[in-house]
Design a protein around this ligand. Structure first.
Ligand code: GDP
Ligand code: MG
Length: 296
């Protein structure tokens, strides 16, 4: 009877359902001020992932608060609606006393879990709960070329317990290629030595395929990125880049920097996994903790 299931029909249904409902994906950028966070938000939106769809279906939200600003673009590709929101945060760590400077960011992340939880426990809950949870938090490491600062370690330690953290080396164009490689190595050692689990977490690899793919990514993390929000003419093509005395640094050119790796990880190869880990691991531990609290 069940020799042939006709799985194609099921896949078609899933595709149609996704096309109808679309999906939401939320990114947050975090780091000290001046490291290029706001520029990176623009880079993400202006780079190929969202260059095509302007006109209808394109929508911009007015900044929510003075503190954290979210920009949403609705991208329609092949009939599928993707609502991409990037939350920009003000710089932290600029004060003499940086104690608790992570509080507003941790608070924001937890508030989104709380919102979701409240919708989920309603007796008549919505068929589709609006999802404002942060699926990926891009942490900007200053390009010192030395080691991670205690502040970076503390921040990432706290964040990695509640959200998917993707560290990047900011303004990588200020480092030579050798410096980038060495710094990257040191950061990897530092994170390991301090037991900080950034995304993709080793203990969450499902199978050997995952392990293989994710190991390649873990070896390259943190990506050495460069951001730019202006376009230039290079060999007759328009490219996003930074003009310097020595030429144009093309942010989407893999030979120039690792922004393409960051974009592909976030918006292409690992988008669904980032959403799954957010829901099944980070949100789940928030939910369990909250429901335990209220039962006491
Ligand atoms: P934020 O405070 O982290 O949001 O940083 P901004 O995006 O406002 O950038 C601060 C300054 O750094 C601006 O003058 C940017 O043009 C510049 N900037 C941004 N990204 C880069 C980069 O990748 N490399 C270099 N060299 N400068 C950058
Ligand atoms: Mg900014």
């Amino acid at each position: 009877l069940f020799g042939y299931v006709g799985i194609e029909a099921v896949l078609d249904q899933m595709r149609i359902k996704t096309m109808k409902t679309g999906f939401e994906f939320n990114i947050m950028v975090v780091g000290q001020s001046g490291l290029g966070k706001s520029t990176m938000v623009n880079t993400l939106f202006k780079s190929k992932v969202s260059r095509k769809p302007t006109g209808p279906g394109y929508e911009e939200r007015i900044p929510q608060t003075m503190q954290l600003q979210s920009v949403t673009h609705v991208i329609v590709e092949k009939g599928v609606k993707m609502k991409l929101t990037v939350t920009d945060t003000p710089g932290f760590g600029d004060q003499i006393n940086n104690e608790n400077c992570w509080d507003p960011i941790v608070k924001y992340i937890k508030e989104q879990y709380e919102k979701y939880l409240r919708e989920e426990i309603l007796i008549s809950r919505k068929r589709k709960i609006p999802d404002t949870r942060v699926h990926s938090c891009v942490y900007f490491v200053p390009p010192t070329g030395h080691w991670l600062r205690p502040l970076d370690l503390e921040f990432m330690r706290r964040l990695s317990k509640i959200v998917n953290v993707v560290p990047v080396i900011a303004k990588a164009d200020t480092l030579t290629l050798e410096e980038r490689a060495e710094f990257k190595q040191r950061i990897q050692e530092d994170l390991k030595a301090h037991g900080i689990n950034v995304y993709p977490q080793e203990d969450l690899d499902d199978d050997s395929d995952d392990r293989l793919l994710n190991k390649k990514i873990r070896d390259k993390i943190p990506f050495a990125v460069v951001g730019a929000d202006t376009e230039h003419q290079v060999n007759g093509k328009r490219v996003l880049g930074r003009r310097t005395k020595w030429g144009i640094i093309e942010v989407e050119n893999p030979a120039h920097c690792e922004f393409p790796l960051l974009r592909d990880l976030l918006i292409r190869s690992h988008l669904q996994d980032l959403k799954d880990v957010t829901h099944n691991v980070h949100y789940e531990s928030y939910r369990v903790q909250r429901l335990n609290e209220s039962n006491q």
